[in-house]
Design a protein around this ligand. Structure first.
Ligand SMILES: [Zn+2]
Length: 160
């Protein structure tokens, strides 16, 4: 299993709006588009997927902030029938609610597909794509692998 089962070739290319999000996935960082104006006014500032404008106030002055990659399963379903030839089944399609309150359409891994329950605590893991980008998937939060990198809001100066 390559770790990208069922994703390619349906992953969209990065565009002007989504490029920062995709670039962060190359470093296995899960970031969210955030509206400073909404945060300043006491509203939830994070939104996903990335958009040209804030969905709450319409501002086009948007930032990116790191997440701790933690959340809970909001809903999930097990896919038993391959959508295309060559796709490995079963796999779990899920909506995960991040700690920041944002919903992410994703996959669940790390335990039997039928073992997942609503409200299970999860943390982000990564499915690497052939072009260097990666897709966030989620595994049980108490899994033994190392935790996600610490959140960061500063531009990175490391490698690359
Ligand atoms: Zn806003």
């Amino acid at each position: 299993m390559t770790g990208t089962e069922g994703f390619a070739p349906s992953v969209p290319p990065a565009d002007e709006v989504t490029a920062p999000w995709w670039d962060a996935t190359r470093r296995h960082r899960l970031v969210l588009q955030t509206c400073p104006r909404c945060v300043r006014d006491g509203r939830p500032g994070a939104q996903h997927p990335p958009r040209a404008l804030c969905v709450r106030c319409g501002s086009d002055d948007l930032d990116w902030t790191g997440t701790n990659g933690l959340g809970v399963v909001d809903s999930c379903t097990v896919v038993h029938r391959p959508p295309r030839p060559g796709v490995t089944v079963p796999y779990v399609v899920a909506r995960v609610r991040l700690t920041e309150g944002v919903l992410l359409l994703t996959r669940l891994r790390g335990q039997s597909p039928d073992a997942w329950r609503i409200d299970d605590r999860v943390r982000v893991a990564w499915a690497d794509l052939a072009d260097g980008r990666a897709l966030p998937v989620f595994v049980p939060a108490d899994a033994t692998a190392p935790p996600a990198p610490a959140p960061t809001t500063a531009p990175t100066t490391e490698g690359g």
